[in-house]
Design a protein around this ligand. Structure first.
Ligand code: NOJ
Length: 544
């Protein structure tokens, strides 16, 4: 039985619908494909799934460009398919979280067509951020903002009479116009969208770009990059497009709506906000339930910084009574099995391609398994990204002609973008598309190494990454690690050890083997111990 606070220590598995399982063989994953694989997730031992967007969309940003918030894109299925999937998941004891994209619509949304067909100053235009240009003839964009994906954040439209007209803001792709959250229609519409899906039984929403909805009122110039997906933090004044105080009243209103539904429905903020005390504002008791802990994801693989981020994350969330979250991979970042295969402390990579320095795959996987075992013992809720339970690396050699991420195009090919973590995942080593679907079609090419990582090569195989995840999730539940108090142990500088309740969790970052306290019983290890039972470098152990 789940309680209403199920989410406080839940393990939530991110499904990227395009790439999880393809039911009809067109090369793009879909809802029937997902539904058919839900028992796999139950057997893995997760509590909930979060599905990235499956709404009608031109797919200019892989579905984060929504043209209708109340339906399903034919690419993924139908609304009855969604209902069926939700019911099946619930039948298996899995909660279902959808992805809500409130910062922008697609330019194919009916509202945006209406805005283009309406004059400046009209009600239809006021739902978006239209402004007159600067300079003679209004030829210059209204301000200096840059799109997160590269290039200017403004696009000029042609008015009904054929003359060059106003500009609209798009913090992301040109096909993703930002909504005006000062507009009452916008506010009312999203409350209605929330209710639409809550009434269909969904258990919550992951809120896309939750820190971006309100812009500083004067739209003041800004001369730093709009790096939402890149390095957190920057030198200089607070950005006028992110983390404005006005966002919070929106989430307070949504929370009040969710609280009228039974069963513990949740809001999860995707907010690239620093420091963690600012992030904690999103999860105050009358706002969202959780916020992704990207600072943890961005922390170098070393004892000291990890200890600090764990401490500050727990402390900041504790001040507002929220459950801390932990995450290592998602559809926007290089998979952690690859990220950790580079020298420690190197900056974040925004995609990897042919000709780029390649990771040490074995080292990356070894550290990734250790990192995951550490994460799953931490108090709070953990997010997993599809394929990490297989130890899947980033696809680092996708030929450029296959790339689809708008960041690749808008950055003038300066950034490879996120396609490498979005490649359809392997289920069966010897099947077409590695069992992703019934045909050999796959919207991004699957590397030949996928065979080694396929589920059927790992299921029942002692020491496989899949069995490691399954064992970890079982033990986590058994020992209630997500709800346990964390206390640090005294250790040498390059060892990190804590107790999660009565379970000792030790990770060795140093080159020499680390000792376990005498008399403990090892419950699980991310890699083999030495012959004399010590913990080698880049291995995490759970013991009692
Ligand atoms: C964050 C999403 O995770 C990302 O995939 C998307 O491109 C942007 N928001 C814009 O919606």
């Amino acid at each position: 039985m789940h309680s209403d606070a199920w989410w406080r220590d839940a393990v939530i598995y991110q499904i990227y619908p395009r790439s999880f399982a393809d039911g009809d063989g067109d090369g793009v994953g879909d809802l029937p494909g997902i539904e058919a694989r839900l028992t796999f997730l139950r057997d893995l031992g997760v509590d909930a799934v979060w599905l990235s967007p499956f709404y009608p969309s031109p797919q200019a940003d892989a579905g984060y460009d929504v043209s209708d918030y109340r339906s399903v894109d034919p690419l993924f299925g139908t609304l009855p398919d969604a209902d069926h999937l939700i019911a099946t998941a619930h039948g298996l004891g899995l909660k279902v979280i959808l992805d809500l994209v409130p910062n922008h619509t697609s330019s194919a949304h009916a509202w945006f067509s209406e805005a283009l067909g309406s004059p400046p100053g009209s009600r239809a235009r006021d739902r978006y951020l239209f402004r007159d240009g600067r300079g003679p003839g209004g030829d210059e964009p209204p301000n200096s903002w840059r799109s997160v994906f590269g290039g200017p954040a403004w696009e000029r439209v042609t008015e009904a009479d054929g003359t060059p007209g106003q500009w609209y803001l798009h913090l992301f792709d040109v096909s993703q116009p930002d909504l005006n959250w000062a507009n009452a229609d916008v506010r009312a519409e999203f409350v209605s969208v929330l209710r639409f899906w809550l009434d269909r039984g969904v258990d919550g929403f992951r809120v896309d770009v939750a820190h971006g909805l309100i812009k500083e009122a004067t739209l003041a110039d800004w001369h730093y990059p709009s790096a939402i997906l890149g390095e957190l933090g920057h030198e200089g004044p607070p950005p006028p497009m992110w983390d404005q105080d006005g966002v919070h009243e929106i989430y307070q209103q949504w929370r009040a709506v969710l609280d009228t539904y039974p069963g513990g429905r949740i809001l999860v903020a995707e907010a690239w906000v620093q420091p963690v005390e600012r992030l904690a504002r999103y999860v105050r008791p009358d706002e969202m339930h959780q916020a992704f802990n990207f600072e943890y994801l961005d922390t170098p693989w070393a004892a000291d910084p990890l200890r600090k981020v764990i401490d500050t994350s727990l402390a900041a969330n504790d001040t507002v009574g929220a459950a801390t979250t932990w995450v290592l991979s998602n559809h926007d970042v290089v998979r952690h099995a690859t990220r950790l295969g580079y020298p420690v402390g190197e900056g974040r990579r925004r995609g990897i391609g042919i000709g780029d320095p390649q990771p040490d795959t074995a080292l990356g996987l070894r550290r990734a398994r250790a990192a995951t075992l550490q994460m799953l013992a931490l108090r709070g809720s953990s997010y997993l990204y599809q394929g990490e339970e297989l130890g899947l690396p980033e696809a680092t050699e996708i030929p450029d002609e296959y790339r689809q991420d708008p960041a690749w195009f808008r950055s003038g090919h300066a950034e490879r973008g996120r396609d490498g973590c979005r490649v359809p995942i392997p289920w069966e080593a010897d099947a077409p598309s590695y069992g992703f679907g019934p045909s050999d079609a796959s919207w991004l090419p699957q590397p030949p190494v996928w065979a080694e990582y396929a589920l059927d090569r790992q299921r029942g195989v002692a020491g496989s990454t899949y069995e490691l995840y399954r064992a970890a999730l079982r033990l986590r539940r058994e020992h209630r690690l997500g709800a346990a108090e964390l206390t640090w142990e005294e250790t040498p500088a390059d060892v990190l050890a804590f107790r999660s309740g009565h379970v000792l969790v030790l990770t060795n970052f140093g080159s020499g083997p680390a000792d376990l306290p005498p008399g403990v019983t090892v419950l699980l290890e991310s890699g083999p111990l030495t012959d004399d039972g010590r913990v080698p470098q880049d291995v995490t152990v759970w013991a009692m």
